[in-house]
Design a protein around this ligand. Structure first.
Ligand code: NAD
Length: 327
């Protein structure tokens, strides 16, 4: 009996209390939350946690990024390990897979000082295999890692309207949702760790293909003498309609309040789209899935980066195609 109870205590201590349905962390509301990566997305997301009454302990390699949340009351520390030392829930919002590996497993990474039972939520868009690796490394330290990438850009991050696609242990979803609902309108459980990334990568591959298709269609129609607004109207009442044609049209002057009306400033950068399409390629190769249009979309967005479009919104593929075909 004594041996059994020791084993069960050891399991609880090292494996994050596996036999409960709802994490006790979900009850520990308004205790400080760590936030790492205060860029275009992380900054407004952290602000929404602050607005909801969560004290924030944050860090970013670029000190200037920390200023706004610091002025709103967040405590700024030197590195991810120092964040992990002070909290038991951390959200990371970083550019790409190598940054995530560094922030979790690097010399000053989260896992150097993580508390047992901590909940680590990564909202960056990265390779699902890296999410799985981070989950394994976190588990060895007695912590729980979940992937929760987002759909929706800076505007949705500011207005707390993001969609979160969450992968990881289902019994931890309630605890994750408590924080994610402060930053998003939809929090969707996708399955085991890495499936949030899978959903995000699939969505963005379709988005890129749809945006390129809309752009070349609009360009052809304009060259055939159609008024772009009229063409968009017809597409949007016909079977060619899609998000890129009716909500985010890439042709300047067709819609208000979208990047195409503002010289493709703001929105979702071409470089980030190229990165997501690269992730789609890797995962397609690993799963032997044919993605001919996804491959072509990846090449087009990579070419755009090489031709000076890297920091423009991804809908600038319309402008890129116009420049291409006029040569
Ligand atoms: P960003 O480059 O603006 O911000 C990332 C931040 O992480 C930067 O402030 C950077 O200094 C910081 N950082 C990098 N390495 C770090 C480290 N080792 N330690 C601490 N901080 C570090 O990127 P973003 O636009 O905020 O995007 C973040 C993620 O969200 C990306 O994976 C992106 O694909 C995804 N995403 C972005 C959008 C968008 O519209 N921008 C939309 C959906 C998803």
């Amino acid at each position: 009996m004594l041996t059994l109870s020791l084993v069960s205590r050891f399991k609880r201590h090292t494996r994050d209390i596996p036999d409960r349905k709802v994490s006790t962390r979900s009850m520990a509301s308004k205790t400080p939350v760590g936030f790492i990566g205060l860029g275009n997305m992380g900054n407004p997301m952290a602000k929404n946690l602050l607005k909801n009454g969560y004290p924030i302990i944050a860090t970013d390699v670029f000190p200037e990024s920390c200023k706004e949340v610091q002025e709103l009351g967040a405590q700024i520390v030197d590195n991810p390990a120092d964040v992990a030392d002070k909290v038991d829930r951390i959200i990371t919002m970083l550019p790409s897979s190598p940054n995530v590996v560094d922030v979790y497993t690097g010399p000053n990474g989260i896992l150097k000082k993580v508390k047992k039972g901590s909940l680590l939520i990564d909202s960056s868009t990265i390779d699902p295999s890296v999410s799985k690796d981070m989950a394994g490394a976190a588990e060895k330290m007695g912590a729980v890692f979940m992937d929760a990438p987002v759909s929706g850009g800076v505007g949705a991050a500011s207005s707390a309207k993001l969609t979160f696609m969450v992968g990881g242990a289902e019994e931890e979803f309630t605890a994750a949702k408590e924080l994610l609902s402060c930053m998003g309108a939809n929090v969707v459980y996708c399955g085991q760790v890495g499936t949030g990334q899978a959903a995000k990568i699939c969505n963005n591959m379709l988005l890129a293909i749809g945006m390129i298709g809309t752009s070349e269609t609009m360009n052809l129609g304009i060259r055939l003498g159609l008024d772009p607004k009229l063409l968009a109207k017809i597409l949007n009442m016909s079977s060619g309609r899609c998000w890129s044609s009716d909500t985010y049209n890439p042709v300047p002057g067709v819609m208000e309040g979208v990047p195409s009306g503002n010289n493709y400033q703001g929105g979702f950068g071409t470089q980030l789209m190229a990165k997501d399409l690269g992730l789609a390629q890797n995962t397609a190769t690993n799963t032997k899935s044919p993605v001919p249009l996804g491959s072509l979309a990846h090449q087009i967005y990579r070419m755009m980066c090489a031709r000076g479009y890297a920091n423009k919104d991804f809908s600038s593929v319309f402008q890129f195609l116009r420049e291409e075909d006029s040569q």
